[in-house]
Design a protein around this ligand. Structure first.
Ligand code: UD1
Ligand code: UDP
Length: 374
């Protein structure tokens, strides 16, 4: 009898980071592996599925406009019940810290399957920051049987919570598996991408490119106002730069960003990019300003300095390595640190060294090999 895996995810970053694992298990004939998407995200998730050519067996199709955490959590758990009862997986894989992660881990636990948590053990130890991700990841951790920690630091966090050492394995982060896959595809002469072609035609690459992303819930409202004020100041003070911002589809992000920044000549607001186009644009950028978890992990591998618009991070490795600086959402601090990178070459070069503390691109195969021992 084949062992059965159910791989569950719902948002863009989970899809990017789970895609390499789906591909790795698809090559293991002794396992039957199925993918279930909650579709907590829709368009932004479908972009990733298209690129990695993943066709989920189950699509719960749960995204609703401006959805709230209560309903989303409840419907994920309810909607997973028939899937778990139909497929009866031995192992359920969840990823990271979203509502899908936490709710799917709980549903999997109820079903009796072994819960496998990819990107386990990241912590700020501040339960409200990032919100609600710190608690999502911690709760998933309590429900988990096998913890795939990306770094030694994340393993140590789990040990502090009395997780048995034999249930933890340090794998590196699958984000690097995905990144290398994409860079490889982008470097293939036969690869064509209409989004990249469009960027080539519409972006002035003779200017220093500042790439921006932002979406965190704890920054909604006041945080986004001061972020936008900072971006406006940077653009106006530094006409030799081009700011480009693929705006997350969350209406709490779209509204302030478009209202406050749409009329500034050297700020370009665009729809979320497909993953390869975003990787391509990261490579072309001078620096990146973001509150994203995944971008913090990818950019150091590409040798790009990153300013992180958060007060805490559960990803201290790149900060310690010197390629990431936390700037929070304070307008003055974002402007000062950006202009320092624009004007101080020595400081820029120090931050821009290619340093990748998050893995070697083999995280997925380590996860598969570990599961084979169970
Ligand atoms: C979610 C995760 C967050 C993760 C982020 C990655 C939770 C609570 N939040 O935040 O941890 O870092 O995804 O991007 O799990 N929307 C669309 N189309 C899409 C995606 C979103 O229209 O493809 C809009 C919808 O109106 C949706 C809203 O964005 O209701 C919010 O989506 P949601 O997944 O609840 O929150 P995010 O801010 O995306
Ligand atoms: N990303 C993308 N298109 C974009 C912006 C980001 O494909 O327009 C990718 C990025 O490379 C990273 C991931 O999305 O892998 C990060 O997702 P997000 O910032 O939404 O979530 P987080 O990582 O903060 O949970």
């Amino acid at each position: 009898m084949k062992k059965k895996n159910l791989i569950v995810f719902g948002t863009r970053p989970e899809a990017i980071k789970m895609a390499p694992l789906v591909k790795a298990f698809d090559q293991q004939p002794e396992y039957e592996t199925r993918v279930c998407i909650t579709a907590q995200h829709r368009e932004m998730l479908d972009q990733v599925l298209d690129f990695f050519e993943i066709k989920p067996q189950y699509d719960l199709d749960l995204m609703r406009p401006n959805q709230n955490l209560y309903t989303l959590t409840a419907t994920i758990i309810e909607s997973l019940k028939p899937v778990l009862e139909d497929f009866k997986p031995d192992f359920v894989f969840v990823h990271g810290d979203t509502t899908t992660t936490m709710a799917a881990a709980l549903a999997a636990f109820y079903s009796g399957a072994k819960v496998c948590h990819v990107e386990a053990g990241l912590r700020t130890f501040n339960k409200r920051n990032p919100f609600p991700e710190e608690m999502n990841r911690s709760i998933a951790g309590r429900l988990t049987d096998f913890h795939f920690a990306p770094t030694i630091t994340s393993k140590e966090n789990l040990l502090k919570e009395n997780i048995p050492v034999n249930d933890i394995i340090v794998t590196g982060n699958t984000v690097i598996d995905a990144l290398l896959f994409s860079v490889n595809k982008l470097n293939n002469n036969h690869y064509t991408d209409s989004e990249i072609e469009q960027l080539r035609e519409t972006v002035d690459f003779s200017k220093k490119l500042i790439l921006i992303t932002g979406h965190r819930r704890e920054n909604h409202g006041e945080g986004f106002n001061s972020i936008c004020k900072a971006l406006e100041t940077i653009a106006k003070n530094n006409p030799e730069t081009q700011l480009i911002y693929p705006v997350h589809l969350n209406p709490n992000v779209q509204k302030p960003v478009y209202e406050l920044l749409r009329d500034i000549t050297n700020i370009k607001l665009i729809d979320p990019l497909s993953y390869p186009a975003f990787v391509w644009l990261m490579e072309k950028s001078y620096l990146i300003i973001t509150d994203s978890g995944g971008v913090q992990e990818e950019a150091p591998g590409l040798g790009k300095p990153v300013l992180v618009m958060r007060n805490t991070t559960e990803r201290p490795e790149a900060v310690e390595a010197g390629t990431v600086i936390l700037v929070g959402t304070d307008t003055k601090k974002i402007v000062t640190e950006t202009e320092r990178l624009l004007n101080d070459n020595y400081h820029y070069e120090k931050m821009a060294k290619t340093h990748n503390p998050y893995g070697d691109g083999k995280a997925s195969s380590r996860i598969v090999e570990f599961i084979k021992t169970k």
